[in-house]
Design a protein around this ligand. Structure first.
Ligand code: GRF
Length: 187
């Protein structure tokens, strides 16, 4: 009998290049929903064009609990089992994380536990690091603090700026995330 295919929901806020990599390299999982907190997120337009189920809910002007309840309902309606954050620029509440405990993963552009939070590439260059990279981790209540499931390294080259380094790391993200998500769904 074929192994069951895990239904994954993606939350994003922006261009969605990691979402595209997850869609294009899907194996052992399928993308059941792409949800955004921004109506004009480029990623949501791409997902729609590619025939994926999409959902948008603005967080503006409503309590965070109501906003998250709407996301939750859309995830449930699409029978999502695992959530993959892909450039989702909003902190999930402790309640939401608790409801989905152990079932939310994220990609972060640093070699965790180094450089949690923002401006990771500038901080790595500033520190004089020889390597940078990205990490896929389980989402917990602690920002960028959950179990690291996989990492990829890239060199930091002389003359690198945060932008040139970000481009190199992003290419590594697109290889790492689909592989680690597939492994996570299989475990
Ligand atoms: C990526 O650098 C990812 O590591 C971080 O947000 C960025 C999202 O980029 N969490 P994209 O929207 O997937 O292109």
């Amino acid at each position: 009998m074929a192994a069951p295919v895990t239904r994954v929901g993606i939350l994003l806020s922006g261009r969605g290049s990691n979402m595209m990599a997850l869609v294009e390299q899907a194996s052992g999982y399928e993308i059941a929903l792409v949800a955004s907190d921004k109506p004009d997120a480029a990623g949501i337009g791409w997902a729609r064009k590619h025939g994926l189920a999409t959902f948008f809910q603005s967080p503006k002007g409503i309590p965070k609990a109501d906003y998250e309840a709407a996301i939750d309902a859309a995830l449930d309606a699409n029978e999502v089992e695992i959530i993959a954050l892909a450039g989702y620029m909003r902190l999930l509440s402790d309640d939401f994380v608790a409801r989905w405990r152990g079932k939310i993963i994220n990609i972060h552009p640093s070699l965790l536990p180094k450089y949690k939070g923002l401006d990771t590439h500038a901080r790595a260059i500033e520190a004089g690091d020889a390597v940078a990279g990205c990490s896929v981790h389980v989402v917990t209540e602690e920002l960028d603090g959950g179990e690291v499931l996989g990492q990829a390294e890239v060199p930091i080259l002389p003359g690198d700026t945060p932008d040139t380094l970000a481009t190199r790391v992003l290419a590594a993200e697109h290889r790492l995330y689909p592989r680690v998500l597939a492994e996570f769904c299989a475990r």
